[in-house]
Write a protein that binds this ligand. Structure first.
Ligand SMILES: Nc1ncnc2c1ncn2[C@@H]1O[C@H](COP(=O)(O)OP(=O)(O)OP(=O)(O)O)[C@@H](O)[C@H]1O
Ligand SMILES: [Mg+2]
Length: 456
């Protein structure tokens, strides 16, 4: 798939790395020093230069980066480094290395780094054609927003659509992760085939395997028919693993194997079947943290995180609100309703912790209540106090169990914090951001409210 120049002075490591890369389908030329590398660079064009940092007692990898910049401007440089020299690796990134890997490097990690580098090295000409076709097509309506953040997201998604790389979409609830996945599918060569969503959070643990892989009649109690699994039904198309962080560890191992081999076996079946699928995964959890806590397999994370795309929260791109609001109202009222200017102005100031989904909910409810089709400030004011207290602080339910105002306030504070933590997968720094308070202040409150977080 890619032509790779490997520079590594240690013979064993050189052998293992080139074998690993060749098994992944790449062509490798291996050498042992910057001088040899230079000779190869003059003779041949590479997609990727993979170099060790420390060679023969010096940071020879930095020389390789310089050579590569001069002789192979289109190649991406990946740097291999031992843990102790992570600082130098940062310097190397500044010098122009694309990424660095800490030794020892697993096969998964290497494969993912190479794919990421290839993705980013895709020639810009294809990029603009895809973008333009994305601009033209009706699908563009799907991902509204001209803020710089949204433009960048769309550009990245368009590029991803052009390739078959695995995409991992992160972002808070309601930011448009599923829409982004559909956008990629719709602009890919697979668009005529199925887009199959798998809502990992909704599948009971015991049924996961048969849902994903299918089963043979009689393979377990209740399996009265042969059944095609979701993976197989996505054959030729796209499998969308929504809330992939919720997938049980036992299923993660099996999914990893599918990603590696592109083959599946139905539960209770002997035969293996080839499947041709593109995978897009989404998560509103911090998967890095899930990996650190042992709740998500690191190797699967590497496999999924080839093209990471982050959907920014709506409050970071408020300039998109008018356009989104208009598009939503147009869609739900078939062009009949109008948003008054004062109402639009107020919409642009609201916090929208529930992101685009919350904006959509408010507008739908306003449309339902408006007789004239005019959405004005008064209507919004009537609804919004309700909209705020309903999902987050169900005041009436809290009222009953609390004897005085202090207890009541404390219960509310606890619930709000709890929700922020749930939303950020327990990440205190991000929860504090959500709540608009400092990290220390949140930690203090957590202690005061008796949240059991002794590990933080
Ligand atoms: N950029 C956008 N343009 C138009 N509509 C959008 C945009 N982003 C989100 N939406 C709409 O907002 C709603 C929520 O989007 P979506 O379901 O994709 O979010 P999500 O990130 O998957 O949320 P959750 O984490 O809650 O599943 C959908 O109805 C979607 O159509
Ligand atoms: Mg979703």
């Amino acid at each position: 798939m890619a032509e790779i120049l490997l520079v590594e002075d240690e013979a064993n490591a050189r052998k293992i790395l080139s074998l690993g890369l060749e098994l992944q389908g790449h062509q490798v030329i291996a050498c042992a020093s910057p001088e040899e590398a230079q000779a190869h660079m003059k003779a041949h064009a590479f997609d990727i230069v993979l170099t060790d940092l420390r060679m023969e007692g010096r940071d020879a990898g930095l020389e390789v980066i310089k050579l590569s910049k001069k002789l192979q401007p289109r190649a991406r440089v990946l740097l291999l480094t031992a843990y102790a020299s992570a600082d130098t690796a940062v310097t190397a990134m500044k010098e122009g290395a694309f990424d660095y890997l800490t030794k020892p490097v697993s096969g998964e990690e290497l494969a993912a780094a190479v794919e990421r580098a290839l993705f980013d090295a895709a020639p810009p000409t294809t990029e603009t054609t895809v973008e333009r076709s994305a601009e033209r097509s009706d699908e563009k309506e799907m991902l509204v927003g001209e803020s710089e953040l949204m433009q960048r997201v769309r550009q990245r998604l368009s590029r991803a659509a052009k390739s078959d790389f695995t995409v991992l979409i992160s972002g808070e609830s309601g930011t448009g992760k599923e829409l982004a996945a559909r956008f990629v599918h719709a602009h890919s060569t697979r668009s005529k085939k199925m887009f199959v969503p798998v809502h990992c959070a909704a599948i009971p643990e015991g049924l996961f395997e048969s849902e994903l892989f299918g089963h043979r009649k009689g393979s377990f109690t209740g399996a009265d028919f042969d059944r095609v699994g979701l993976i197989e039904s996505a054959d030729g198309g796209t499998l969308f693993l929504d809330e992939v962080g919720e997938m049980p560890l036992a299923v993660q191992v099996k999914l990893l194997r599918v990603l590696q081999e592109r083959r599946i076996r139905r539960v209770g079946d002997d035969a293996e079947r080839d499947v041709n699928i593109r995978i897009i995964a989404a998560t509103n959890r911090d998967l890095d943290a899930e990996v650190a806590h042992g709740r998500f397999r690191e190797d699967l994370f590497f496999r999924l995180n080839v093209v990471p795309v982050h959907m920014p929260p709506l409050r970071q791109r408020r300039e998109d609100i008018p356009q989104l609001a208009k598009a939503i109202v147009r869609q739900w009222s078939e062009g009949r309703a109008r948003i008054a200017e004062s109402c639009m102005k107020r919409l642009c100031e609201l916090p929208f912790m529930g992101n685009v989904r919350e904006l959509e909910n408010i507008l739908q409810r306003m449309l339902a209540l408006s007789d004239t089709g005019d959405l004005d400030l008064q209507l919004l004011a009537e609804l919004y106090s309700g909209a705020q207290s309903e999902p987050q602080l169900s005041l009436s339910s809290l009222q009953h169990d609390n004897h005085n105002l202090d207890e009541w306030m404390e219960a509310i504070e606890k619930q709000v914090i709890d929700e922020a933590l749930a939303k950020t997968g327990g990440n205190i720094t991000r929860a504090a951001e959500e709540l608009g308070i400092s990290f220390r202040s949140l930690r203090y409150r957590l202690k005061k409210l008796g949240f059991a977080r002794g590990d933080e």
